[in-house]
Write a protein that binds this ligand. Structure first.
Ligand code: FAD
Length: 469
């Protein structure tokens, strides 16, 4: 009898423990992807990116003699029904750690077990399971550095190869058509611009990783903060959909370290930031929705989404050049430089005194590398409400940051059309990508800062000093 492999955010064939185990069973393997509420709830760009990933993954399965069955509906109903229809003996999947997925998976697992069907989940979306990393006192790490020291020398299994062949089912169950799902619909006209910057799939991920390991990991530590440089791995969108496994990245980092590449250890450290955020999400799911430090509930952030500052920030027209450049980079490419993420988040939550949740939601709608844990940790880290966060009174000065990390203005020129006689295509693409209803044109005069650097800093510090906790 066949084994169903329930594919979720693990669109790869190599280092895929569930798929490998299913093949080892010796019978047919039926990969199935389910469009359930966790998919319907995705933001516009992540959902569009998922469609790109699914298309490439389905093709990769076909090249191995298999196919991807698409179904829609609640997992609790659809998975057992598919088991019944195919006569499957087991359902295997790769574990997820966000609260919505955990609840769903627990539910499906018990339904399957009640029906006498084997249900097994496998590790692989993380390097270390959240329950396997504990402080000496017991409990999870709330501070990053000791967690890094605790895991850095742990054994991480080498990534496994893709199965040479996937045993096909004699009869395939019906499948929905990906195009009918219209997963990219919410992107409207922006999708054509975004598509220029996205290369979905496992093969693209591995090729890009190879380039990084060969040419850039050595200088990673020194160059990673430069806004206009392509100095980082670009792996986040692939990790987000599981088109590459973190174990593969870890081993690339280890090998580079062994070869004496200067930036390798720092790269490994960043991978542990991802682990840190996942472990925190697993142990304290409120990381995604509420101030992780509960006392921050009393902080006077503004929460009205119709404020003109919110609109200006979302439309990348704050008048603060580096902030606008970064927000436009995100709108056009679906990604944003890590330092720029910190700068725009600080400007929103401190200079503008807007709640981090409004920024988090905007990122969730715009990022092709959207990740629930890293996004939430990033926002709460900058806002000051999160675990191991930057102290609130450390307010990023956007102008100083720009001078330091974009000394020749290359980043500003790449993304801001206003005031340039012949703006580059990247800057013009922003106006191509945004909804017409925003009424923006590259000929518009560039706005004056909606909140000035010093004025915003004073307001933020005043709020902090007079807070009621
Ligand atoms: P590299 O520098 O090459 O790093 C390698 C990998 O390490 C990354 O792919 C990522 O998986 C991990 N990593 C690096 N920095 C961090 C970090 N600060 N926190 C957690 N993991 C990290 N990352 C996302 O993947 N999705 C998000 O939605 C997201 N939202 C963020 C929001 C804010 C406000 C901030 C400050 C950061 C956010 N990050 C997010 C973290 C970081 O900005 C990105 O992971 C990074 O820019 C991705 O580029 P890269 O793959 O080239 O990273």
């Amino acid at each position: 009898p066949p084994v169903l492999v329930w594919i979720r955010r693990d669109l790869r064939l190599s280092d895929h423990a569930a798929l490998t185990a299913a093949v080892a069973c010796g019978g047919p393997v039926i990969p199935v992807f389910l469009r359930d509420h966790t998919v319907d709830d995705l933001g516009a760009a992540p959902k569009w990116r998922l469609e790109q990933g699914l298309r490439v993954f389905a093709k990769a399965l076909e090249d191995k003699g298999s196919r991807l069955i698409l179904r829609a509906g609640p997992a609790r109903e659809v998975i057992p029904a598919l088991v019944a229809a195919t006569g499957a003996r087991a359902v295997y999947w790769m574990r997820a750690y966000d609260p919505a997925s955990v609840e769903r998976d627990t539910d499906v697992k018990s339904a399957l077990k009640e029906a006498g069907i084997e249900a097994r989940s496998f590790a692989g979306h993380l390097l270390f399971e959240p329950w396997d990393v504990e402080t000496q006192q017991g409990g999870y790490y709330k501070v990053y550095s000791p967690m890094w020291r605790a895991v850095k020398d742990r054994e991480v299994p080498e990534p496994t190869a893709a199965p040479a062949h996937l045993p096909a089912s004699a009869t395939w169950p019906d499948s929905a058509a990906l195009d009918d799902w219209q997963l990219g619909a919410a992107m409207n006209r922006g999708a054509a611009v975004l598509a220029k910057h996205v290369q979905p799939g496992e093969a693209a991920a591995q090729a890009k990783l190879g380039q990084f390991a060969a040419h850039r990991i050595d200088a990673y530590k020194q160059d990673r903060d430069l806004l206009a440089e392509d100095a980082t791995s670009g792996m986040s969108e692939y990790l987000s959909l599981g088109e590459i496994s973190p174990a593969r990245l870890w081993h690339v980092g280890l090998r580079a370290k062994a070869e004496g590449k200067a930036g390798a250890e720092h790269f490994l450290k960043e991978l542990v930031w991802r682990e840190f955020s996942y472990h925190l999400m697993w142990h304290t799911p409120r990381l995604l929705t509420d101030n992780w430090r509960e006392e921050w509930g009393g902080f006077p952030w503004r929460t009205d989404r119709r404020l003109r500052e919110v609109t200006a920030w979302q439309q990348a027209r704050t008048g603060m050049a580096v902030v606008d450049a970064a927000l436009r980079e995100m709108y056009v490419t679906g990604r944003m430089h890590n330092r720029a993420r910190m700068i725009v988040a600080s400007y929103l939550t401190k200079h503008m005194m807007i709640h981090w949740k409004i920024g988090l939601d905007w990122f969730e709608d715009c990022l092709v590398d959207w990740d629930p844990a890293s996004n939430a940790l990033g926002w709460q880290w900058v806002a000051g409400s999160g675990p191991d966060a930057a102290p609130y009174f450390r307010v990023f000065n956007p102008e100083t940051q720009q001078k330091k990390f974009d000394p020749d203005n290359a980043y500003l020129k790449r993304w801001l059309a206003e005031g340039q006689r012949t703006p580059p295509q990247t800057a013009l693409d922003y106006f191509e990508a945004v909804p017409r209803s925003w009424g923006l044109s590259p000929q518009d005069p560039y706005p004056r800062p909606i909140v000035g650097t010093d004025e915003g800093r004073q307001a933020a510090l005043h709020a902090y000093e007079t807070r009621e906790f």
